[in-house]
Design a protein around this ligand. Structure first.
Ligand code: PA5
Length: 439
């Protein structure tokens, strides 16, 4: 596999030798064990063959709609948005004539009302994505949209609904069974932020016209060595995901507790939001972790980059580039002398030059940096990136001795919000809330 990581901006060897010598054997053994027990479908992808066939069977159905309204939050939405923005960027521009994907991933009354006011229900499929099947932000939207669809379409409303949820449990599963609504499964042990390569991300990608097999193939190529039953420490130590995990851990120990995801592929900027969730929700535990920060070149050169360059020396950087970004239009010849340096050049050269300038400036200012080189128009590369960063996150968590697959801390706020709304069965939270509100 050609190397997509350029390490020349950081000293991996030193970090590796100082901090993690010898842990590759232990990590390889853990990987073998987790994969064999079926606890890492993100890397072993046992569900993939069946799923791709199911998606083939869905293609005609999806082709009958012009609009897809996706209801989901967190890992149930961010991967789909990253793929949409990266590969179907002109959706919000006048030249676009469909299909349209709308992602409703917040409790946003304005957005929900405008979808109901503007979307033609007869040409719209509503895809509700929730692994647990009970997330109130998502299911709450579902209740409202279900009524809207029923009211506008009548008895055929279920034909406009697709539920992506757990195979057995949860409200949405029950809803699907009771109303004979189409469903696709989110496999066991595949948590939200690791689920973009399941129906969660692939259904919207397919609707938009993406070559989902290429996406999956890229991910498989990257993940296959990790899922190999013969994986040993030596083989693991050669993999880029392990290098990244070691690098991030070494830096965390040295006080670099912020990790910038700086995209100089403008259209891939939403992968920064996807990565921020993946990294933060997986690794922010027990007082450990590094805070991910999503940044976009060139926009953030004129904003937060000042802090990256000359603020506290606690930042490392994943720097995303593409050697073959679109050339774009040419600068005209009739420019004032002060702009001589761009006369006749292509617009795309500007972003490339700015990327190089920013990369060098970061390095000169002591920001450890790994460059990730991708082909911006190749779904296979996006699949590789997803698998690489997902695997690196899991390995980083194990090296930190925390569980990268759960998210216990975020549950508290959710329980308190439910108690605030009067939900039953939360006596402790209800009492805490009463104290909090009166103190
Ligand atoms: O990564 C995670 O597990 C979370 O961000 C979930 O994706 C998010 O909370 C939504 O959960 P669900 O898909 O169960 O509605």
């Amino acid at each position: 596999m050609p190397d997509i990581l350029d390490w020349s901006g950081s000293d991996l060897e030193r970090l590796e030798l100082e901090a993690f010598e010898g842990r590759s054997n232990e990590m390889a053994a853990r990987m073998r064990e987790e994969v064999a027990a079926g606890r890492l479908p993100f890397l072993s992808m046992p569900y993939m063959d069946g799923l791709l066939e199911q998606l083939d069977g869905l293609q005609d159905y999806l082709a009958g709609f012009e609009h897809m309204l996706l209801l989901g939050i967190g890992g149930s939405a961010l991967g789909a948005r990253a793929l949409q923005k990266a590969f179907f960027p002109r959706q919000d521009q006048p030249c676009h004539d469909g299909p349209w994907l709308w992602i409703a991933d917040n409790v946003d009354s304005y957005a929900l009302e405008s979808y109901m006011a503007k979307l033609p229900p007869e040409k719209t499929v509503v895809v509700t994505v929730s692994k647990s099947g009970g997330t109130i932000e998502t299911v709450g939207q579902y209740f409202i949209i279900r009524d809207w669809m029923r009211g506008r379409i009548g008895d055929d409303w279920t034909e406009h609904m697709l539920l992506v949820t757990d195979e057995k449990a949860g409200f949405l599963r029950k809803e699907a069974d009771e109303n004979a609504i189409r469903t696709l499964p989110v496999p066991d042990n595949l948590g939200g932020r690791y689920s973009v390569l399941s129906a969660v991300g692939l259904v919207p990608a397919l609707f938009l016209g993406m070559d989902v097999r290429a996406l999956v193939d890229g991910a498989r190529e990257m993940a296959a060595p990790l899922a190999d039953p013969g994986l040993d420490g030596e083989a693991l130590a050669k993999l880029p995901s392990f290098d990244l995990a070691v690098w991030a851990n070494g830096l965390m120990r040295a006080g670099y507790d912020q990790l910038i995801f700086f995209s100089y592929i403008p259209l891939w900027a939403s992968f920064g939001d996807w990565f921020a969730q993946l990294w933060a929700e997986s690794l922010g535990k027990e007082g450990k972790g590094s805070q991910p920060i999503a940044a976009i070149g060139a926009t953030d050169q004129h904003s937060v980059n000042q802090m990256f360059l000359d603020g506290p020396r606690n930042k490392a950087c994943l720097f995303l580039t593409c050697p073959t970004l679109p050339a774009g239009p040419r600068f005209p010849e009739n420019l004032p002398d002060a702009f001589d340096y761009v006369r006749g050049k292509e617009f795309g050269e500007l972003i490339q030059a700015e990327g190089m300038g920013t990369r060098m400036a970061l390095q000169k200012n002591g920001v450890p940096l790994v460059e990730m080189r991708m082909e911006h128009d190749d779904p296979r590369q996006a699949g590789k990136l997803i698998a690489l960063l997902g695997a690196a996150t899991i390995l980083a968590g194990w090296l930190m001795d925390i569980n990268p697959l759960d998210q216990p801390a975020v549950e508290l706020g959710k329980r308190l919000a439910k108690a605030r709304l009067g939900a039953d069965g939360l006596p402790e939270e209800t009492a805490d809330l009463a104290d909090f509100l009166t103190s």
